[in-house]
Design a protein around this ligand. Structure first.
Ligand code: PNS
Length: 164
């Protein structure tokens, strides 16, 4: 039984994240999608919104041999990973520019907790420029999000703008 943690802000979840989860499902029996609770950031979606959205969009994922679970965590990722009895942390790498930061995190996490491996995965090329940050910027400036995020995410972003 191989369990991985896929941590992130998921504010919002993008098609790139879903692509990584689908690929991760081929390697792991269980993936816990773990939303970081970060009191210092001012997010677009609350943790509860993000949890709800993730749970719903994950229903559309091809997960024949893998269990997917959504959770939220605070504090050190490796402490959370050990508490969840995980074997690995999955991170997506889009371009070489992601690598430096990801390498630093992976090596720091290894120093803190040598029993947990970091596994880097590459999303499909068509998602190589998609990030939650750009999705929010494009949305706020009135651009189209189709193909970048699941339709539910765009709907929920519109609702949020209308209702506050
Ligand atoms: O989606 P993101 O924002 O790139 O995810 C970053 C995340 C959540 C993986 C990272 O910020 C993290 O692990 N935070 C938890 C605190 C921690 O463990 N910090 C030390 C990392 S070396």
């Amino acid at each position: 039984m191989r369990r991985a943690i896929y941590p992130g802000s998921f504010d919002p979840v993008t098609n790139g994240h879903l692509d990584i989860i689908e690929r991760g499902c081929k390697l792991f029996d269980e993936i816990i999608i773990a939303i970081l609770i970060n009191p210092e950031k001012r997010p677009f979606f609350t943790i509860e919104d993000r949890r709800e959205i993730l749970e719903e969009v994950l229903l559309g994922i091809n997960r024949s041999t893998c269990t997917l679970r959504v959770d939220a965590f605070e504090g050190l990722l490796v402490h959370y990973a050990v508490a969840q009895k995980a074997d690995a942390i999955v991170r997506g790498i889009r371009a070489i520019s992601d690598y430096e930061y990801e390498l630093q995190m992976a090596l720091m996490n290894r120093r803190l907790e040598p029993s947990i491996e970091t596994v880097f995965m590459m999303p499909a090329e068509k998602y190589s420029y998609v990030s939650s940050r750009l999705v929010k910027e494009v949305f706020q400036l009135g651009g189209r999000l189709s193909g970048l995020v699941p339709p539910l995410v765009e709907e929920r972003m519109k609702q949020k703008m209308e209702n506050g």
